[in-house]
Design a binder for this molecule. Sequence first.
Ligand code: URA
Ligand code: SF4
Length: 217
Amino acid sequence: MEKAKLLKLLYQYRSFGFEYIKDFKPFISKQNQHLSCNLNEIEINVKNCHLCPLAKSRTNTVFGEGNLDANLMFIGEGPGANEDKTGKPFVGRAGMLLTKIIENVLHLKRSDVYIANIVKCRPPNNRVPTIEEVTACKPYLMEQIALIKPKIIVALGSTSYHHLTDDYDMSISKIRGEVLEYGDAKLIPTYHPSFLLRNPSAKKDVFADMLKVKKLL
Ligand code: URA
Ligand code: SF4
């Protein structure tokens, strides 16, 4: 936890524009001496990121993809094997289910929304990312949210919900479907598609949550 606190502090300094690691951006130019200011720059920073141990075992970073002007953003937990291989979020079995939900329930195209994860590198054996890994990685997601400015954020599963809100004691089965204030956006937690693959009877709950999302869009 000490390490996590220290990282949090360093990230606070960085958000003030403080370059505390001179070599973090090897391509530092005159224009980006302060904060990352567009998604491409942040994506390059993520590609070169070694701020947590997941850098060692990843094949590819998985930054996120979709409509940069999206009203709706989905946030999962972290890349799995297929995502690590391709560098794209939600492309495995859970991803196919998420795509179906977007198309068949929300009547949108996958390319209409933006899809990202709490951590950008795959945790070995798909374990849940540690607090240190999330603390190191979350500022990238916060910058993505700040630039995309979605109207609605759907937190997919408990890891996503817990780390987006710091409400660690809440169970996803209790909070799912609630419409929560999240800065300028609404946050709606729901079950993770991987959970739905194991528990198909929970699909009806996600269906109900998505109807709420659709009404608010
Ligand atoms: N599960 C996630 O949480 N994210 C992905 O990108 C894929 C599977
Ligand atoms: Fe960097 Fe995030 Fe990957 Fe860790 S998970 S190495 S913080 S991009």
